[in-house]
Design a protein around this ligand. Structure first.
Ligand SMILES: [Cu+2]
Length: 308
């Protein structure tokens, strides 16, 4: 139900990954390719992360975060300027502790003895939210940096809720647990799991209309986090909220959400609702939407959309 959580972080297929760098600025593209693990990405010295792009490309301009919450399937580009570090400096990109992402985590102690920063193979199946090191950066050579980050990176349309064709009645997708014969409980949407040739009226989307959607993660008492990914169009996140009294996990990651720019994957913590604005204007036809937790998707947390 939680999905696969391993014990070793791989970067570009390697454990204990070290990026050797010169005293220059780098554009680092991070893609969370883990099955189920969300990362709360931060520099070890806690200098802010400078974010210049999200899933769909460059932002209008940079945003800074003390940490970035990166769920499976999400991408982020960082401007990482090492020009002020002396040769020999070693930095690390870490994942900070957070809570509430998995089933039952709220009831379990997050005991700090689970693992130290870094190292691998310390224990198996580290919880989603356990602190860990992702990779190191070793500044090993001197070069002169002359580039600076432009004030304006791109020009993006700013979608407005009022412009949607259904501003007052967003198309609503509710994450649910579904009992399937011979299989057991599976995650799904609106009480349904994947069927190859099935598209409901609710999943039939008009071509080239700006729509307001709302995704709801309220499967209590068994709620957990789900990164929801939509094919066929990218969207802008317009609003997030959480149920009163259930904000514990949300509060431990929310300041790391980067909702700017074009997104195609969005994390919902337990109790969270996300509103987004989306327009399918490239092609008519069938697409899927699904949870990007691979075990959830494989278990049927995927449905068809038809654009027509
Ligand atoms: Cu899921």
């Amino acid at each position: 139900m939680d999905g696969f959580l391993g014990d070793t972080v791989l970067v570009n297929g390697q454990p204990d990954f070290v990026l050797t760098a010169s005293t220059r600025a780098y554009r680092l593209r991070l893609l969370n390719g883990s099955n189920s693990r969300t990362y709360k990405v931060a520099w070890n010295g806690r200098s802010p992360l400078v974010v210049i792009a999200t899933d769909g490309g460059l932002l209008q301009s940079q945003v800074e975060r003390a940490y970035v919450t990166l769920a499976p399937g999400e991408r982020i580009d960082l401007w990482a300027d090492f020009s002020n570090y002396p040769v020999g400096t070693e930095l690390s990109l870490e994942s900070l502790e957070f809570t509430g992402a998995d089933l039952g985590m709220g009831m379990m102690s997050m005991g700090g003895g689970m693992m130290g920063n870094g190292g691998n193979g310390v224990t198996t199946g580290m919880l989603n939210g356990a602190p860990m090191r992702i990779m190191r950066v070793r500044v090993d050579r001197q070069e002169t940096e002359t580039r600076t980050l432009p004030q304006t990176l791109s020009t993006l349309p700013n979608l407005a809720s009022e412009d949607a064709v259904n501003t007052d009645s967003p198309r609503r997708f509710s994450i649910s647990m579904v009992m399937r014969m011979m299989v057991g409980m599976q995650w799904g949407f609106d009480g349904q799991t994947f069927r190859m040739n099935e598209v409901t009226d609710h999943e039939t989307i008009p071509f080239d209309k700006l729509e307001a959607w709302e995704i709801v993660n309220e499967t209590f008492p068994m709620a957990m986090s789900h990164p929801i990914h939509i094919h066929g169009a990218q969207f802008q996140v317009s609003e997030r909220s959480v149920i009163d009294g259930l904000s514990g996990g949300w509060d431990s990651v929310r300041e790391g959400y980067v909702d700017d720019g074009w997104k195609d994957t969005v994390l919902l913590m337990p109790g969270e609702r996300v509103k987004l604005l989306i327009r399918f204007n490239d092609f008519r036809g069938e697409y899927v939407y699904h949870c990007h937790n691979l075990e959830h998707a494989d278990g049927g947390m995927m449905r068809n959309l038809r654009v027509e």
